[in-house]
Design a protein around this ligand. Structure first.
Ligand code: NAD
Length: 440
């Protein structure tokens, strides 16, 4: 009896490249078939995927569907609805120095074999939404789920090959050694979501092959709360945005900047909002998630002493539970303000009005998202004009990333490149310039 040896990363890439070279992945029919099958995978296996997400992150079924499974289905549907339109060659005006018989246009070419590396916090969505774009653009794909969400990784590794063209789509599970081995291969694009330290490793490895990268990174996403806003509305929206997935969301509000009087009034409003959303004992709420592992639990509990606890503050290591927590009187130099929190802790930092808030934001790395609660158009306009962030949300955290017609991505330390909807086609294609002059 012979046992097949496991495929090496080099074998996998060579196999997928051979498929790409046949031209099969380029047809719109192949692309739409793959997207429909991926949709079927998600809808037919919703309960299995939701169970895996509960195992990895304590996600409720509602949250698993809303933020991962249905999210990706919506991205597929939007792509299927518009793909033919997006792929249409785009004519360009012919300049006067060329003859009138000339035609020029741009068209999208698939790149080839692309690598998608995903993190653990939305382990299904952040693997599969880029895969949607890569397939829609006509590429072969290697998908690398996060080893820190092992149940979801295993579920995807089992399901994807059962639905998709296995000569063009491969799942490679594993952690640092496996990803390092993959990155040694030549890909035509590497799409990485995760932290900036590994982002640099990915970019260095890609540079060896002159492979373009998309880096979807994180950072501390600030919230500015203006005076004279309805703080019950602000608190409700902040609590829902911050504590979703126990704060382990790349675009979660990281900290709040506001003046001292507004902060004082916001404190009880946030305490009420947390109780309204998660009840008096969030640990007992089926809707509240858990911290991914002990390492992150210990890191986060180490940040709880950075301010006065307004609400929450308790934790249970055996359950990887940290209560939705609001900290007041937080010094900008305290540990909780030193790094991206990526957990259920919301510090309130006081500033002396709008100018100081803008300076505070601009003194730090460009964030992935910035949120503003202000009734004053001039204030909203100033923040939009005077700061730089991956995305900007007025009055509502997180929601901008659910709009498939908006590009999702960072700037500076929060990343480079973007995706979703037609922006994924841009990311995973080469826009080729074409000129045609008749020969006679
Ligand atoms: P993670 O630890 O799961 O790592 C992400 C991926 O990198 C994994 O697939 C992992 O295997 C791989 N990896 C880890 N170390 C590596 C190495 N040395 N070499 C090669 N590959 C390696 O996830 P994480 O980085 O902890 O994710 C959290 C971060 O991601 C936060 O900063 C968050 O803000 C950011 N994030 C950004 C987005 C976005 O869309 N912009 C989304 C989610 C998370």
């Amino acid at each position: 009896m012979t046992t097949a040896l496991p495929e090496t990363p080099a074998d996998t890439v060579a196999r997928l490249r051979a498929t790409f070279r046949t031209g099969r992945t380029k047809s719109v029919e192949w692309r739409t078939t793959q997207l429909r099958r991926l949709r079927a995978m998600l809808t037919e296996n919703g309960p299995d995927l939701a169970a895996a997400l509960r195992t990895d992150l304590g996600k409720s079924a509602t949250e698993a569907h809303r933020t991962e499974i249905d999210f990706t289905v919506r991205e597929i549907d939007h792509t299927l609805d518009h793909l033919a339109d997006w792929l249409r060659p785009e004519p360009a005006p012919v300049p006067a120095h060329l003859g009138a018989d000339i035609r020029v246009w741009t068209q999208y070419d698939p790149l080839g074999v692309v690598l998608v590396i995903a993190p653990w916090n939305y382990p299904a969505q952040l693997l599969l939404a880029p895969v949607v774009g890569a397939l829609a653009a006509g590429n072969a794909v290697v998908a690398k789920p996060s080893e820190l969400a092992p149940a979801t990784s295993a579920a995807v590794a089992r399901l994807l090959p059962a639905y998709l063209d296995t000569d063009a789509v491969a799942v490679v599970e594993g952690g640092v050694p496996e990803t390092t081995a993959l990155l040694a291969e030549r890909f035509d694009h590497v799409f990485y979501t995760g932290n900036g330290t590994v982002g640099r490793i990915v970019m260095r490895a890609a540079a060896e092959h002159l492979t373009p990268v998309t880096l979807e990174l994180g950072g501390k996403s600030p919230v500015f709360v203006d005076r004279d806003t309805d703080l019950d509305v602000v608190a409700d929206r902040l609590a829902r945005g911050k504590f979703l997935n126990a704060g382990q969301t790349c675009v979660a509000p990281d900290y709040v900047l506001t003046d001292p009087e507004t902060a004082a009034a916001l404190e009880p409003a946030l305490a009420r909002a947390v109780e309204a959303v998660y009840g008096a004992d969030p640990q007992a709420s089926s809707e509240y998630g858990r911290i991914v592992n002990e390492r992150h639990f210990d890191r986060l509990t180490g940040l709880l002493g950075s301010g006065r606890v307004v609400v929450g503050g308790d934790s249970d290591r055996t359950d990887k539970y940290i209560a939705p927590t609001v900290l007041a009187d937080v010094d900008p130099k305290s540990p909780v303000m030193g790094e991206e929190i990526f957990g259920p802790i919301l510090p309130l930092v006081t500033v002396d009005g709008l100018d100081e808030a803008i300076a505070f934001i601009n003194d730090r790395d460009k964030p992935l998202a910035l949120y503003v609660f202000s009734e004053t158009e001039a204030t909203r306009g100033r923040i939009a004009a005077e700061t730089s962030s991956g995305g900007l949300g007025h009055g509502l955290p997180l929601a901008h990333l659910t709009v498939s017609d908006l590009p999702f991505g960072g700037v500076g330390e929060s990343g480079m490149g973007n995706y979703h909807g037609r922006y994924s086609i841009e990311t995973f294609s080469h826009r080729k310039a074409v000129l045609e002059k008749p020969l006679s």
